[in-house]
Design a protein around this ligand. Structure first.
Ligand SMILES: Cc1ncc(COP(=O)(O)O)c(C=O)c1O
Length: 484
């Protein structure tokens, strides 16, 4: 939906409706809104521009009178194809059809709404899978670029697998997690999301089936489906994926890959114990089912580290291992890594070169510095304490206001509490009502479309006071919506 990058000037002599008329007219004349494009509803425009609805109505009536727009009863208002300006500038391509025919699937509409609303200054973000800017080391980062070490900084393209010094630093860092690898088996990617993209384009045939925990982060994005793969959710419990189900369903569904988040799972927050990890490796090895291990939250433990990653005990090259700096140092860096057999990494590096010629050298330089200098470890040490405080705050609030309406488990790390409502309710309605009250939540149906009783609460972003205010209001809304 249109997000205006303009607001009327209230101190101008020019009446508001004329300013809005001019703004909308320019959108059409500049070709930003082409013939057939839908004009946002009056109510929304009035909200977005912070004016009365009648002001918007006057502006739209003037535009209609001048032939720029026309309305179809029951459908809305559209850019008309009979204005002199459009005729004189030649017919615009039918962008609507192009937009609808693109190969990549659109985001779920709730996620589109979340992505837009996150930038509303008044919103309380209870669902965001991101660290508060307060927890990101922005000042230290500035310092890194000002130090002499900046001599190593290169603004050239990097080699296909990414900066050698960063890959070496990642190997040292992974060694401490029990993963033995070398720079030639590491690919630097622009965030974990790109690793998923590259895998879907470079390793899997169209029509293949990707197994994942149900619910899972991976169903909230359309990376695999847009590349022609089908997702299949395998039930999970508090100990993670139910490995005993795998042999049977593997044969039924001809799965090509299993995607799993063993540590501080998104969205449930669960961590797979060591024994289950061993079983998973055994079953997948027996079934010859490769594993994609997503460990983007692995460093964010509170009292004790999670068990070793699956990759640490993989002697067969069964596991592709993915990590990222997004949940620890800053998602804006867009730096992640994928570790796997060399032939896989070579193939994906080749595709990456064809896609973007490598990730930002500035980000790679900074990432290498953080990892090599020990700054990363210091930062994580502090971050764990801060996140744990946030988790405890959220738990205390839940204890006080959610007993009787929901249940939850205490996460041992990561960002999320998977709130289970006592009573199933419409997730779409809950999302809308919460948004209206200025609270942004991630409802469970984003991660499993059949889910109508979970909410992913994130304690990583909102300040304690905001967490409290948002959670209290959310409890009231849930209470109002439930039948009892
Ligand atoms: C489990 C998981 N994997 C991967 C990602 C992608 O992160 P990025 O591309 O920023 O590294 C996310 C982000 O939310 C995530 O939760």
């Amino acid at each position: 939906m249109h997000q205006p990058d303009w607001k009327p000037n209230r101190s101008s002599q020019n009446p508001l409706h004329l300013q809005i008329y001019e703004y909308l007219k320019q959108k059409i004349l500049n070709g930003e809104w082409t013939v057939g494009a839908k004009i946002p509803p009056q109510r929304i425009l009035a909200q977005q521009l912070n004016v009365n609805r009648s002001t918007v109505v006057t502006a739209l009536e003037d535009l209609a009178a001048d032939g720029f727009i026309s309305s179809k009863v029951g459908y809305g208002t559209f850019v008309a194809n009979n204005t002199w300006s459009i005729i004189s500038s030649g017919a615009a391509p039918d962008w609507k059809t192009y937009v609808e025919s693109g190969v990549h699937e659109s985001n779920q509409s709730i996620i589109q709404e979340i992505n837009r609303s996150e930038f509303r200054p008044d919103i309380i973000r209870l669902g965001t899978g991101e660290l508060s800017p307060k927890f990101l080391p922005t000042e230290k980062m500035k310092g890194i670029f000002q130090q002499n070490t900046a001599q190593e900084l290169s603004l050239s393209y990097t080699e296909p697998k990414g900066s050698y010094s960063l890959r070496t630093a990642i190997c040292d860092y992974l060694k401490r997690k029990g993963i033995e690898t070398s720079p030639s088996s590491v690919l630097i990617v622009s965030g974990g999301l790109q690793a998923l993209q590259l895998i879907s384009l470079g390793l899997l045939q169209k029509g293949s089936v990707v197994f994942h925990e149900s619910p899972s982060y991976v169903t909230s994005i359309h990376v695999f489906q847009s590349a022609g793969m089908n997702l299949f959710g395998v039930p999970m419990g508090e100990e993670g994926l139910k490995t005993e189900l795998l042999p049977k369903i593997k044969r039924q569904h001809h799965a090509a890959l299993l995607y799993t988040i063993p540590s501080f799972h998104n969205p449930t927050g669960h961590t797979m114990p060591e024994q289950r990890r061993k079983e998973l490796l055994q079953v997948c090895s027996h079934e010859r089912l490769p594993i994609l291990e997503d460990d983007v939250y692995g460093d964010l433990w509170f009292e004790e580290p999670p068990p070793e990653p699956l990759k640490a005990n993989d002697r067969q090259g069964l596991v592709l291992y993915m990590g990222s700096l997004s949940k620890t140092l800053g998602p804006g860096l867009r730096i992640g890594w994928l570790v796997g057999p060399e032939q896989v990494i070579d193939r994906l590096a080749d595709i990456k070169m064809q896609t973007d010629y490598g990730s930002s050298t500035l980000s790679q330089f900074a990432a290498a510095h953080w990892l090599q200098s020990g700054l990363y470890d210091e930062h994580i040490f502090q971050l764990r304490k801060k996140l744990m405080f946030q988790r405890d705050t959220a738990l205390q609030i839940l204890e006080k206001y959610y007993r009787g309406i929901a249940t939850w488990k205490t996460p041992a790390g990561g960002f999320y509490i998977w709130l289970k409502l006592q009573e199933a309710i419409s997730m779409d309605k809950l999302f809308k009502r919460a948004l209206k009250a200025g609270i942004l939540i991630n409802p469970g149906n984003i991660y499993d479309h059949k889910d109508s009783s979970h909410i992913r609460i994130s304690y990583s972003y909102a300040e304690p006071a905001q967490l409290e205010k948002g959670l209290i209001r959310l409890a009231e809304i849930i209470g109002e919506m439930s039948s009892r």
